[in-house]
Ligand binder design. Structure first.
Ligand code: FEO
Length: 171
């Protein structure tokens, strides 16, 4: 059983994960439109991961007897800058998500909600990985700069990313 406050906070964050999915879907289209097919694939995988995150919250709320409610949200931007700028935007967004997850965990601890604490642990770990990946790519993009050959090689690398669903959501 969840408190009203915990349930509302989890539901709100569920919608933030959905926003994240749409944000990366727009970034995927933007990268494709500028010829970066590999980066487009990378952001598409990112979108798929965010949909898993969204569904984790949706399923958890329902399993606790709460009604998950998908609400209105702001539309993500449709115009983006360079690949480096997009990756920096991605890191900024993930740092915001990390802050949200930490606040949710703080609330679960305050409310002595052990089930929610355990549920949120997966996201605490996931955010470390997300930020690490983004920082690594930002480093590579800065190294490459405006070098066309370097950007092409990096785009090829981004094109190899494959979506792997977490074990609990695999069919
Ligand atoms: Fe669902 Fe990228 O955090």
């Amino acid at each position: 059983m969840l408190s009203k406050k915990m349930s509302a906070a989890l539901n709100k964050h569920m919608n933030t994960e959905l926003y994240s999915a749409y944000l990366y879907l727009n970034m995927s289209a933007s990268a494709a439109s500028t010829g970066f097919k590999g980066a487009s694939n990378w952001f598409m995988v990112q979108y798929q991961e965010e949909m898993i995150h969204f569904m984790k919250f949706y399923t958890y709320l329902n399993s606790q007897g709460e009604q998950a409610i998908v609400g209105q949200m702001a539309a993500p931007p449709s115009k983006y800058g360079s690949l480096l700028q997009m990756m920096e935007d991605t890191l900024n967004h993930e740092q915001f998500i990390t802050k949200c997850i930490n606040e949710l965990t703080d609330l679960a601890v305050k409310e002595k909600d052990h089930a929610s604490q355990i549920f949120l642990q997966w996201f605490v770990t996931e955010q470390v990985e997300e930020e690490e990946n983004d920082r690594e790519l930002i480093g590579k993009l800065k190294l490459v700069g405006d070098n066309g050959y370097g950007l092409l090689m990096l785009d090829n690398e981004l094109g190899t990313r494959v979506f792997t669903p977490p074990p609990t959501t695999a069919a």
